[in-house]
Design a protein around this ligand. Structure first.
Ligand code: UDX
Length: 443
């Protein structure tokens, strides 16, 4: 293999997981992080967030990773500069590109006659790669460089696995030398020395590398997230129809997933999707389409269904309790999904605040010490459930799936549970003496 030297700007989920994947594949990565707290954690060998497998893998490949606060030194020896900084939503629901351009301000003066490839991993609106090219051309008119869009599709909670063994790699550039370099970068992934826990996921076939235009690469990332969000909103609507007709969404899912054209992934009904990507990227794609003069009606419906779903699901509990005012409710799970400590667009936080606003007395629990402001929090599940009139399972942590509900039920004032992720077995809950409410499920 050709061992490449890379500068990775940004040590968030995408930047850090990609850094470790490329380092495990044998490349040398300079990881640049501006945030002092994150930088210090990384320099002392600690990853700054909860992500399975990443901590031990980070330590395993430290000899291939060099961590710094700025990129001046790293850029001299790197042939590739990857941008993996955040693109948070703007108030108008577009994508805030200030971190991208702040990084380019640092890169531009360092470009010269040695060719450099600037790779955009962050999720950015269509046309951003062209904008970056124009920006660098104006700042460094004589420099040799190319820009490529190379979006990342990893999921939190399995970020390293997805970075090592992605379903596909998208190479968005029309420059032949840039394409050649990107193939050299990713070819060794297939043979990376990976943690034992991940070895079973190593693909037997080569990872597909798709060569597309920068614009298609940029849009493909939004299209993939929007499609998955659409599957979730679709199954949530089917669940709502189930609730209205007496059918059971788990049984419908079992039927749907046998159809290879449909597939079983992302068909788990529940309270809706949260997290740092789906809510932001669906709204951004809607904006991108509108700016191009097209109204993406299907996507608008996906977003609407998702924002209403939590209220629809809560209604059943409200009816059963005869209103929330004065009721003591345990909210189980605050992170937006299991195996992460990320609270961005957390349904647990939104639901706890909503219940409080409607007069309920709420205590929240989460297996991670993620304490949001304005919500009573305990990391003791028993304490959280003691004396409550009802519990709502918001995030399907194993801790809740595998709990002894018979014992936990004894602590509750009323054994009433709303399983907002259909994560528990209704029959077991009924056997444990619970009144069980699921999402589009017969109980
Ligand atoms: C997502 C995409 O999956 C990933 O490809 C992209 O790079 C970033 O955005 P992530 O946000 O980490 O990844 O998590 P994901 O597993 O996709 O879940 C997102 C949300 O959808 C969670 O709130 C989850 O609970 C919800 N979800 C997921 C469902 O409600 N039902 C499902 O069937 C699947």
């Amino acid at each position: 293999m050709t061992r490449l030297e890379i500068t990775m700007v940004g040590a968030g989920y995408v930047g850090l997981s990609s850094t470790v994947a490329l380092a495990l594949a044998g490349h040398r990565v300079h990881l640049i992080e501006r945030n002092i707290e994150r930088l210090e954690a990384l320099q002392s060998g600690q990853i700054p967030f909860l992500e399975p497998d990443l901590q031990s893998a980070f330590q395993d490949c430290q000899k291939n990773i060099c961590i710094a606060a700025n990129l001046t030194k790293a850029l001299k020896t790197s042939s590739i500069i990857m941008l993996a900084v955040g693109t948070p939503p703007t108030p108008a629901q577009g994508a805030d590109l200030s971190q991208i351009f702040a990084a380019l301000e640092d890169v531009a003066p360092l470009l010269d006659q040695t060719p450099k490839l600037i790779v955009v991993k962050s999720t950015v609106p269509v046309g951003t790669n062209a904008e970056i090219r124009a920006f660098l051309n104006s700042r460094a008119p004589n420099a040799l460089f190319a820009v490529a869009s190379n979006p990342e599709f990893l999921r939190q909670g399995r970020a390293l696995r997805d970075a090592l063994f992605p379903d596909r790699i998208v190479l968005g550039t029309s420059e032949p030398w840039a394409l050649k370099l990107l193939h050299q970068l990713y070819a060794p992934l297939q043979h990376a020395s990976v943690p034992e826990t991940l070895a079973q996921f190593r693909p037997t076939q080569p990872i597909p590398m798709l060569e597309v235009s920068p614009e298609s690469a940029e849009l493909a990332k939004y299209a993939a997230n929007a499609f998955l969000a659409m599957k979730i909103s679709f199954i949530n609507e089917i669940a709502n129809v189930c609730a209205a007709t007496g059918a059971d969404v788990s049984e419908i899912k079992a039927v749907l997933e046998q159809d290879k054209r449909i597939g079983g992934d992302f068909l788990r009904a529940g309270l809706g999707y949260g997290g740092s990507c789906f809510p932001k990227d669906t709204r951004a794609l809607s904006q991108i389409a509108l700016r191009g003069g097209y109204e993406f009606r299907l996507l608008r419906a996906v977003i609407e269904v998702n924002s209403e779903q939590r209220f629809r699901v809560l209604q059943q509990l409200e009816r059963r309790l005869g209103g929330f005012r004065g009721k003591r409710i345990a909210v189980l799970g605050l992170t937006f999904k299991p195996n992460t400590d990320d609270l961005r667009e957390s349904l647990g936080v939104d639901i706890a605040l909503e219940l409080q606003a409607r007069g309920a007395i709420v205590t929240a629990h989460d297996p991670t010490p993620s304490k949001p402001e304005g919500i009573d929090f305990t990391s003791d599940l028993n304490a959280c459930l003691t004396g409550v009139d009802a519990a709502i399972l918001v995030t399907e942590w194993d801790e809740y799936r595998n709990a002894n509900w018979k014992d936990l039920g004894r602590l509750m004032q009323r054994k009433l549970i709303l399983d907002g992720r259909n994560a528990l077995e209704p029959r077991d809950m009924l056997a444990a003496g619970f009144e069980y409410l699921g999402v589009g499920r017969k109980s």
